[in-house]
Design a protein around this ligand. Sequence first.
Ligand SMILES: C[C@H](N)C(=O)N[C@@H](CCCCN)C(=O)O
Length: 554
Amino acid sequence: MNSTSQIHQTLRDSAGIRWMVLLFLAFAMFCSYIFMDILSPIKDLMQSTRGWDSTAFGTMQGSETFLNVFVFFLIFAGIILDKMGVRFTAVLSGAVMLVGAVINWYAVTESFQGSGLETWFNNNLNYIPGFDELGISPFYEGMPASAKFAAVGFMIFGCGVEMAGITVSRGIVKWFKGREMALAMGSEMALARLGVATCMIFSPMFAKLGGVIDVSRSVAFGVVLLMIALIMFIVYFFMDKKLDAQTGEAEEKDDPFKISDLGSILSSSGFWLVALLCVLYYSAIFPFQKYAVNMLQCNLVFTEVPADSFWATNTVTVIQYLIMLVVAAAAFASNFSKRASMKNGLLVVAGVALVIFCYMGYMRQSAETVFAVFPLLAVGITPILGNYVDHKGKAASMLVIGSLLLIFCHLTFAFVLPALKESAVGGIVVAYLTILVLGASFSLVPASLWPSVPKLVDAKIIGSAYALIFWIQNIGLWLFPLLIGKVLDKTNPQLVADLQNGVITPEEAAVSYDYTAPLVMLACLGVAALILGFVLKVVDRKKGLGLEAPNIKE
Ligand SMILES: C[C@H](N)C(=O)N[C@@H](CCCCN)C(=O)O
């Protein structure tokens, strides 16, 4: 048997099996991204039912990255990945996510309220020596016990989800190298984006199910999905093992990790520019995502739909979700369609379904469904942009355009949206358009940033390079949810005082924040990312990094 026929016998040589493997990995990421933002669309309910003010909410959300950043878990995750291989790390990450999620769920249940554990958390973790002095503690005196315990769970989940992120990237490289790798990465991110939209739609629905508010139901939904994610990783484990048996490779021995590898990554100026751009850009997106629904509630007037109206039923939620799937599937499929008529037909279907989706969001008068449109454009265009980078290049220019769009969107949210508060239709139209443009920016940057990393470091150390970028990025993802919460409370002193003095109810307070200052802060991150984007273009030209060049030489 010659080597060519041997190659044809492996699992990854079958396009069907290769893409099925991608589906398992991507579906696991889809579930993880749902959990990552499960509380984001119900910030108002966390305040009214659990007493989490913006600072408590921001501190809890920021805790996701605490262990990754300050206990260097992500660096260890990179080492584990390099030493133990993709399949072991995938299952480990799935299990870690699940453990963290279960803790997070218990913290927000009714059973936690009044329990001994609640008393313990009230009396403890009010002062963490060293961390408090540095101002980086994930807890603070007066933080609700449920928020503290939820933060413990969320930081464990955060270790799992980031480990899963780098593992899935390396898994895709393993199965798709020399084939449709950028398209596969783009598709994986596209499905993950759909997870965000899914949680925006279903989290509030589960919390309000049957007219009785229980925020733990939303988290329980996320826990069930993480069980499915673990099953996906286990299935992947066996397929990956079979692949290694076929190729005779033991992939964990291919690229043995050496500490000196970290040094060679850190000495690359291109790597630093990309890593800094990554932290700045993602800090203006992911933390914003956690507050976006509340920002819309505060800047738009939503009139509650009568309980007996068709638009208030859960049936509408499900129909709207199905329409969203049509938008996503048609836009996504258009990327793969060879015939122009088919491609255009799919785009028309996606466009019409998108308009229906937006109309339904307007009729339902809910901020969650308005924001759910955010990842939809990304689902459609991330794979096509990945493909563009593969064949035409221009990655650094895309980073610049993505940063420009980011600045434009945050400034629109900060200044145009509040000015349109009185105009029910105008405000919602501007909100939809701005959210869609932000979604486009969220396609441009990831589609160009992640495939650029292999151009900056040696192929052998790519796992560690991704882990290092994730670690640097996680510093921002830790800091900014927290900062947004603090800035909100500081720039809304009257609201905070009125709430403390009982002048307004928690429900009123939750939707009355002025978001201008945090949004300007996020726009500034965009400006810094833009400057770095230009510097990167110059460095790319001078050093010949090849960032503007296509990945595939045709
Ligand atoms: C939040 C996470 N660290 C991240 O950067 N996610 C990226 C995707 C990275 C590739 C994952 N296989 C994102 O754009 O969501």
